[in-house]
Design a protein around this ligand. Structure first.
Ligand SMILES: [Zn+2]
Length: 432
């Protein structure tokens, strides 16, 4: 079993930037296991890295050794699909004024880098073109960063050969190329010899603190799925170089990566009483119950995020928009835990905030809450209980998904003289 920590994120609408998450993929006995630290998302417009780490966290199992993952170092810029809203965070590791909005984030990641368990650091980037030692053309030359493995110096204080380490990784990547054009090279920036830009970077900070740091660059000329492919190869190569034993629950190929990036099971759970399936979701959902304060959420996918953007709430997968939720502000009531529902003629107790599959029909027996099946309408009916409802009884435009198969059932607590309070949601999914 791995120890996978699912964070509950509390939305502080005004607090920016946003703290990053740290996941620890550990074998059963994580004590004294040297850890590989993988970091992505320092620049918000490099989705290859943070889609790769999201897959790493969700679909890899580490059974000997330890892998720590920070998928979203610059979460605020990821949500804005911007390289760096407050400037380039990868130039803030030498000197940084305390007034910098990202000061605390930089201190926090430095602390993790310096943790005594962390032996190697792999920093993921999407870089332009393809790096070549010589000038070939505008996209293939010494000034391009795509598809190379980067070190700041060849050896680390005479006791660790970074060149040798990175060569193993590059060899592993190059043994699995999709195309000869993609061939990886080692790029040694020799940062200490006067590279004043690289001196400010995360990997150089690690290097001068005697940590073995590497960067993997996947080319921005490649589609997202291929960038993810090369990042995952670099992570695997690095794990192999540390004798970290791992398994993944998929075949490492482009088709599988496509499915994992846009995975059918992707969800978000809001305040524990709503579970929203995000696969194939419509771009806008109207009149969505939202608590004005104290919104929290978690997802089975590390880079899924809920945030408020001017008037609407938005859910993003990395830097990609999934859905706008037009809020219906209401108080939340947490008294309802389970609901009995007759699903295809069988009565079953269902926890609030879940998704259920329906073949033909569902019916909710009377209960002391008002029931609103969104998309169902019958004159004079206030609470939609004791009615057998089939898919044909529901209006397509109220479904939450593009295939018009998923609908919301909302429950409201009624108290005399007060406004109804939202008590939770169940999603019915009419599968084929
Ligand atoms: Zn980058």
């Amino acid at each position: 079993m791995r120890f996978l920590i699912f964070f509950i994120f509390i939305l502080f609408i005004s607090a920016k930037p946003i703290n990053f998450s740290l996941y620890k993929l550990d074998s059963n006995n994580p004590s004294n296991k040297p850890a590989l630290l993988v970091i992505s998302g320092i620049q918000g417009d490099e989705p290859g890295g943070f889609n790769a780490t999201s897959i790493l966290i969700k679909h890899y199992k580490v059974y000997d050794g330890s892998v720590w993952v920070v998928p979203n170092l610059n979460q605020y810029s990821i949500l804005r699909n911007n390289r760096g809203i407050y400037g380039d965070m990868n130039r803030k590791f030498a000197k940084l004024d305390k007034s910098d909005p990202e000061y605390q984030i930089v201190q926090d990641i430095k602390k993790i880098i310096l943790d005594e368990n962390v032996i190697k650091i792999l920093h993921l980037h999407d870089g332009s073109g393809f790096y070549r030692e010589d000038y070939i053309n505008n996209m293939l030359n010494q000034n391009r960063w795509g598809n190379c493995s980067v070190i700041d110096q060849g050896t680390l204080f005479e006791y660790n050969d970074l060149n040798d380490n990175i060569s193993q990784v590059v060899e592993y990547i190059n043994g699995n190329l999709l195309d000869e054009l993609h061939r990886y090279r080692v790029r040694n920036t020799n940062t200490a010899n006067g590279d004043i830009e690289q001196e400010k970077s995360l990997t150089y900070f690690a290097t001068i603190n005697k940590k073995m740091a590497f960067a993997n660059e996947a080319s921005k000329s490649l589609p997202l799925n291929q960038r993810v492919y090369y990042h995952l190869l670099s992570i695997e190569g690095m794990m192999k170089s540390m004798n970290i034993k791992f398994e993944r629950d998929f075949n490492l190929d482009i088709k599988s990566i496509d499915k994992l990036i846009n995975h059918e099971d992707t969800n978000i759970v809001i305040n524990d009483i709503i579970e929203l399936p995000l696969y194939n979701i419509k771009p806008v959902i109207n009149h969505f119950p939202i608590q004005k304060e104290n919104i929290d959420f978690y997802s089975n996918t590390p880079i899924v995020w809920l945030f408020k953007d001017e008037k609407n709430y938005r859910i993003k997968h990395g830097n990609k928009n999934l859905v706008y939720l037009k809020p219906f502000y209401t108080e939340f009531d947490y008294s309802l835990k389970n609901v009995n529902i007759i699903i295809d003629n069988n009565e079953i107790e269902i926890p609030i905030g879940t998704i259920i599959s329906i073949k033909d029909s569902f019916e909710i027996p009377p209960l002391p809450y008002r029931v609103n099946v969104i998309g169902y309408y019958k004159d004079g009916v206030d609470s939609e209980v004791g009615i057998k409802i089939k898919k044909k009884d529901l209006m397509d435009r109220f479904s939450i998904d593009k295939d018009n198969k998923k609908y919301r059932i909302e429950f409201y607590k009624q108290t005399k003289g007060q406004k109804d309070k939202f008590a939770g949601m169940i999603i019915v999914d009419f599968k084929d």
